[in-house]
Design a protein around this ligand. Structure first.
Ligand code: GDP
Ligand code: IMO
Ligand code: MG
Length: 427
């Protein structure tokens, strides 16, 4: 079995990009299976930072063919910009392929994302405004345009005309805005077709063959379980399935191939956008976490909301994803705290619970039940062996393993590719 999965276990931004980059050197393929350029995945190599939005985080490893899978939504303008930026920085991008079945984020999706958010007013989701939700909505109402449609330009134009007739009616009649011009869009997408066409493939056939041939394939998740369309804090979620189940439908591979499912957990919690966040610290501790952790969005630059580790959330991620391993990141950020609370349950209307309610109203009434850990107040960024970690730090790590019943195989103590303590081989 040769299928590996990396997913987030909280609200995104756990450090998935870094971990995918670390594992990519041993991979034949790295495949994104959902989401789009709402993702911001940071990779740091010898101090040099690269933020990837659509390109798989294996792109810096030439050995791995990088694939944008069928379940991804692709903004072609962003994709071409990202490729150009990497090339400008002297990096090779020839090992990139795009699924013919991936959906295209069209300019009207981005427009509608912004219009819907402003219509929602106080109830806005706080989306990244990248057109993600409107694009997935069109996919499911079956008026979406796919990357592979570009190969037959007449067919693409036919589909565009159909979609525009519906979208323009909404844009003009509901929102009173200017319609999108068919000819203008059709011309722009002719240029996009020329640029993308050499990269368009049947990714499902390719990856299935690779798995059957026992090649090493890593599936890279974006977002995380609390942003999952089914299991997250709906409606404050994204419009895809960032869990391991999403790999199966998002690439078209069978569950039997997924053996190592790796969940990335940040040593505390962050959230970008609106929605309940039980352990949020709207105080000096939250500010300290934000500054020490550099918690500003890699996509939108928004300050991330910060709080303590919520182990109910992480345990739910272990269950939903079937995690075989956890990777713990940013534990170095906690080094300067005297006491570190960890949420081990919630009080809801006077009763203790240990699962996440389905309604936002109930989630907003949750009060965290904390277990307190003593801090270690010692810089751990240079440590490379588990035994050398301070005793209190080890207690914190071992409690996470115990509570989630999942082993922690890698402890990340800094942003760089090399800043790791490996306790079990992941590959
Ligand atoms: P992703 O969306 O899950 O890939 O995560 P992001 O890239 O959005 O955010 C993670 C941030 O933390 C990035 O700035 C990383 O460079 C940084 N990072 C990752 N791991 C560590 C770590 O162990 N320690 C510290 N201090 N920073 C880290
Ligand atoms: P990575 O892959 C953190 C959040 C947005 C918003 C909600 C819906 O870097 O971990 P969307 O634009 O998807 O419709 O927004 O989801 N969100 C993320 N938060 N990390 C991400 O990706 C996110 N992608 C989307 O802030 O609350
Ligand atoms: Mg991110």
């Amino acid at each position: 079995m040769s299928g590996y999965v990396v997913v987030g276990t909280q609200w995104g931004d756990e450090g998935k990009g870094k971990i995918v980059d670390v594992l990519a050197s041993k991979m034949d393929y790295v495949v994104r299976f959902q989401g789009g350029n709402n993702a911001g995945h940071t990779v740091v190599v010898n101090g040099k930072k690269t933020i990837l939005h659509l390109l798989p985080s294996g792109i810096l490893s030439k050995n791995a063919l990088c694939v944008i899978g069928p379940g991804v939504v692709v903004d072609p303008y962003v994709l071409l910009e990202e490729i150009a930026l990497l090339k400008k920085n002297g990096l090779e991008v020839d090992h990139l392929r795009i699924s013919d079945r991936a959906h295209l984020i069209m300019p009207y999706h981005i427009k509608l994302d912004a219009l819907e958010e402003s219509k929602l007013g106080n109830h806005k989701i706080g989306t990244t405004k990248r057109g993600i939700g409107p694009c997935y909505a069109d996919k499911y109402t079956r008026i979406g345009l796919r990357v592979g449609d570009l190969k037959d330009y007449d067919y693409f134009k036919e589909r565009l005309a159909q979609a525009l007739s519906i979208k323009n009616e909404i844009i003009t009649k509901v929102y009173g805005e200017r319609p999108f011009d068919f000819d203008e869009l059709a011309n722009e997408f002719l240029k996009i077709k020329e640029a993308l066409e050499p990269m368009i493939i049947d990714a499902t056939a390719l990856i299935n063959k690779a798995l059957a041939d026992n090649k090493q394939v890593l599936f890279e998740g974006a977002q995380a379980n609390m942003l999952d369309i089914n299991y997250g804090s709906y409606p404050y979620v994204t419009s895809s399935s960032p869990t391991s189940g999403g790999v199966i439908t998002g690439v078209g591979v069978a569950p039997k191939y997924l053996n190592n499912i790796i969940g990335v957990v940040k040593a505390y919690s962050t959230r970008v956008g609106e929605g309940p966040f039980t352990c949020e610290q709207l105080n000096a501790d939250g500010d300290k976490l934000r500054e020490a952790g550099g918690e500003y969005g890699a996509t939108t630059g928004r300050p991330r909301r910060c709080g303590w580790l919520d182990l109910i959330v992480v345990r739910q991620a272990c269950e939903i994803n079937g995690l075989s391993d956890l990777v713990l990141t940013k534990i170095d950020v906690l080094s300067d705290f005297e006491k570190i609370p960890v949420c081990v349950g919630y009080m809801l209307d006077g009763k203790m619970i240990d699962t996440i309610p389905s309604t936002i109203a109930a989630c907003e009434r949750l009060k965290p039940v904390y277990k307190y850990f003593d801090g270690w107040q010692e810089d751990i960024a240079k440590i490379r062996s588990y035994d050398e970690l301070p005793v209190n730090c080890k207690k914190y790590i071992e409690f996470i393993e115990e509570f989630t019943n999942t082993r922690i195989s890698l402890i990340s103590v800094g942003p760089d590719r090399e800043n790791n303590i490996i306790t079990h081989d992941l590959i």
